[in-house]
Structures are given as C-alpha cells and as structure tokens.
Ligand binder design. Sequence first.
Ligand code: GUN
Ligand code: ZN
Length: 430
Amino acid sequence: MKIYRSALLRFAPDGSPLYDSDGLLATAPDAQGQERVVAAGSWQALQAQYTQQAGAQVQHLPGRLIAPGFVDMHIHYPQTDVIGAPADGLLPWLEHYTFPHEARFHDRAYADGVAEFFLDELLRNGVTTALTFATSHPNSVDAIMTAAQQRGMRMIAGKVLQDRHSPDGVRDDTEQGLIDTETLIQRWHGVDRLGYAITPRFAPTSTPAQLRGAGELAARYRDVWIQSHVSENLDEIRWVRELFPAARSYLGVYDDFGLMRERAVYAHCIWLDDEDRALLREKHTAAAISPTSNLFLSSGYFDYQKADAADFRYGLASDVGGGMSFSPFRTMQAAYVVGREGHAKQGFSLKPGALWWQHTAGAAQALGLGGVIGNLQPGCEADFVVLNPACTPLLARKTAQAETLDELLFAMIVLGDDRLIEQTIVSQAK
Ligand code: GUN
Ligand code: ZN
C-alpha cells in the first residue's frame, strides 16, 4: 500500500470540494493490478489505521497539494501543432490550417510522433484522461491508443468520420469509414484502460447515410462513446440549416440519427435554444465547454446559467488546437471570464470549487465515468496530481495568504499553469 501525506482535494457526491490541509491518501492495487484509492481524508483520523499495515510506504509531501488528475472532455491530438493558427472564424480555420495538417496523419510514423508528444504534454499539464479526436485515418487511432496503453492512461479516442465537404487527404468513404470504425471498436474498446468514441466530425462533413450508420453503431455498441461538435459558430449553423432543412435544430440533426444518448459528448453547445437544452438533459448527453477555443475562434460564450437551469451534464475541455492551451488552469480561468461576461448574456461568478469540479469529477460524471476517475474517493482509480502551490514567487505569496479554500483554489486558477504540476501519477493497469 502507498500512503501519501499532504494537503488533499477531492469532491463530495454533490460536487462540493472537500479539503484536508493535512491529508492522507492511501492507494493499493486491486485484483487486476489497477491501483485504486483505498482511503482519503484527514491524516489525524486515518493514519493509525493505514500507516501500521505491513508493507505501507509513506511519502510525506510537505507544502504540496494532491488533487484528482484533470479530465479533458474534448481535444484533438492531431491539432497539437495547429495551436495558435489565426483565422477569421471556424470554417476558414478548418479549411486553411486544420484539414491540410490532419492530412499528414495517413503516415503512421508521423501520427506516432505527435501522439507521444501529445500524451506527454497532457501529463505535464496534469491531465490524466482525455476524450480526443484522431483524424479520418484509422492508423491515427492505432497511434494514440498504442501510446496511451504504453503510459497506462485512461484515454478515449475515435477515427473521424467525414465523407463530404472535406478535401482530398482527409475525406473518407461513407461505407469504409463505418467499417473502419467497427474494426477499431473491436480492436481497442475496453482494452486495458482504453475506450473508443464514434466520431462524426460535425453534421456538415458527414452525409445522412454516414450519420445513419454512425447511429446504428452507437445503438449496437452501447458503452462506446460518441463525440462531435455542435452549435459553435453562426456560419456553421447557417450551413447546417441548408443541409438539413427538415431538422428542428442543429442538435436535432444528431438526435434524428440516433446520436444522442448516455456517453455522447458534444463540444461547444453555444447557440442552443431551450428545447435543445431540454433534449440534452432528456438524452443524458453531455456538453464539453471549450472557452479558450471559443475565445480564440470568436465563436461565442457558453451560457452557464441556462445550462444549470436545464440541468444537463457538462464539463471543461481545452479543444486544442482551436483551444489556446493544454493547461487546465488556463481553461478554468477562461471559463471564469466567460461566466463573468455580461454583454452577450447575464454575467455571474463561477465558484473556484465548481470550476475545478468541471475539469475533474464533473467531467468524469459527464463521460459516464463518475466514481472511476476525476475524484479521490475510495474505489476511484488512482490518477492524481501533486501540485506545488509555491511554484512561482507570486503564487507562493498569494497561496500563503489564502485564508479560505476558495481563495487558495482561485489563486491557482488565476495564476497557475504547467509549473504548478510537480508530478502526475497514473494508475497503471498491470
Ligand atoms: N468543427 C468541426 N471540426 C472542428 C475542429 O476541428 N475544431 C473545432 N473547434 N470545431 C470543429
Ligand atoms: Zn473540437
């Protein structure tokens, strides 16, 4: 058994943060060799029971904070090198930068190199699980799955389906794309900690036939994820209306093809109406909120108050390469700013514990992985970060002055980046 003594952050079932300034985290392998949390709480209350056990190894981490590994609900590993490509908006950005870059992933060796860099960058930023797009090339999925398996990470990925309105080099064939999807599900889903996501890029780049086939696969493989984009940009929405005139709304297109269910995750969800929001709730479908991407591409502002009123699931995401940073601290900071925005919608202040929850336990719950990752309660897989709140002179000064948990968490959300992450520990399946 491994025992860590440091400050400890975790979350109650209602999402409120639980904090021990002198905490104990005990982890041990289960029968399958998966390291899991055995106990978490105050050192005083738990140390007598756990430190006396045979083989207990205690690591004392003074001045450090242990917190759940971050969960990124929407990212594109092949866009690692597209970060910071300027464009007038989503559609020109896809055409000029993203599609030409993604065409390179037909080359397995190239995909391997990017996949390895990408996963190391996630870990360096404290992200232990991500739901990621690959490209339309099946071997781009093999690349990311192989690299994640080597690192023992819980990763979910899928081959992009895009059989129209896409240039040569990234466009797939309607039927072949679906056959490849099923082959990849069988090859990777449920292997070690890996999961597969059926991945239509977005409604404009798949024919109705391909969307129908994706929905059929989603019905046949119920515990496989679904990921796509919805209601990100006004030009995109106009285009969807022309292409699918019979649909009630953009989100309605996905519903019409059986692509809304538990474990379906739609990135952005900015320009929804109340019926769309009610549909997300009814179908147990989640929104991935990507504030740094929405600011970079000038897409719009997610409406937290309407989301909470409709009570659908959501969590935070970087959306690299539309997103500007791999760091969950940058994403939480941007989410706070977007919450404050008071011109396009009503502004309010998201609480630091709620922001942190959206990138850990809340994101895990939205993915259908509540109680598995994103938290440090007994039974959770032991994916966690060791933070050094004194990693820069200003953070050292601010966090030392914090009198409440909110003040401590806010100092890190506003001032933090990859320097806060001293260690990222992944619960390797043996
Ligand atoms: N919509 C369709 N494809 C993409 C993509 O790669 N990034 C973003 N942000 N939106 C999309
Ligand atoms: Zn995206």
